[in-house]
Design a protein around this ligand. Structure first.
Ligand code: HEM
Length: 208
């Protein structure tokens, strides 16, 4: 019988996830009082004749390791969530989240909610048809910095109208409710030329 050919890459690999927790001297005093472990004290700056080892503060260390980097993300995010407290979106009951978005969370069915994200972002063109947009958003995160979000990338003929409705609002609904739970930190617009246009670009600028 012929054996199926399976690339090693597609087989589940063991990930050997582990985490070491460390506690700094000041955090130890605050959390557990005395006695403090004998050798635990704030790291002293070491100033040699030519080189200096700096001392920087640190209360807690979570050294998360695995054979791949992606399994480290969820525990790191959870630790940051515990330290910072629950953030406001997660505090909202699912029903309220669905009203903000204008769609059901699990089944992704559209809900008719005035002022919801889907409602505000549904823009009709002059001929009454819905303006098309190809959304290709990606999640990103830097758990160490407590930074999580959506890298929103979309392709549309007129993205500005949607963004104006979202941020500036229009009576009677006002701004998009999704903005009460997220903060825009970048925003750039690009023109995506056709492949034919790219083919016509000369390899080098002619000399002036
Ligand atoms: C914080 C950033 C954003 C988040 C988290 C977000 C999330 C969502 C979610 C959960 C939905 C409904 C489910 C789905 O159809 O996938 C949705 C729909 C939609 N979003 Fe966003 N969005 C964001 C930003 C934007 C921006 C900046 C625009 C426009 C420039 C936009 C345009 C739309 C449109 C047009 C729909 C409706 C699609 C449809 O009718 O099927 N979104 N978004």
């Amino acid at each position: 019988m012929a054996r199926p050919v399976v690339s090693e890459d597609v087989l589940p690999q063991p990930i050997a996830l582990g985490c070491v927790a460390g506690i700094g001297a000041e955090a130890w005093d605050r959390l557990f009082g005395s006695p403090r472990p004998a050798a635990l004290h704030p790291f002293p700056e070491l100033e040699g004749p030519r080189h200096r080892a700096v001392s920087t503060p640190g209360d807690l260390l979570f050294h998360i390791r695995a054979t791949r980097v992606d399994p480290c993300f969820a525990p790191a995010a959870e630790i940051m969530r515990q330290l910072r407290g629950v953030d406001s979106w997660d505090e909202l009951p699912v029903e309220a989240q669905e009203k903000v978005i204008g769609g059901t969370k699990l089944t992704n069915l559209e809900l008719d909610v005035e002022g919801s994200h889907v409602d505000v972002d549904t823009v009709l063109g002059p001929d009454g048809t819905e303006q098309r947009i190809l959304r290709a958003a990606m999640p990103f995160g830097r758990p160490g910095q407590g930074e999580f979000g959506t890298y929103f990338i979309a392709y549309a003929r007129d993205p500005e109208t949607m963004l104006r409705k979202m941020f500036l609002g229009e009576p009677p609904v006002g701004h998009d409710r999704i903005l009460d739970f997220s903060r825009a930190v970048t925003g750039t617009m690009f023109f995506v030329p056709s492949a034919d246009f790219l083919r016509t670009i000369p390899a080098r600028r002619p000399p002036v």
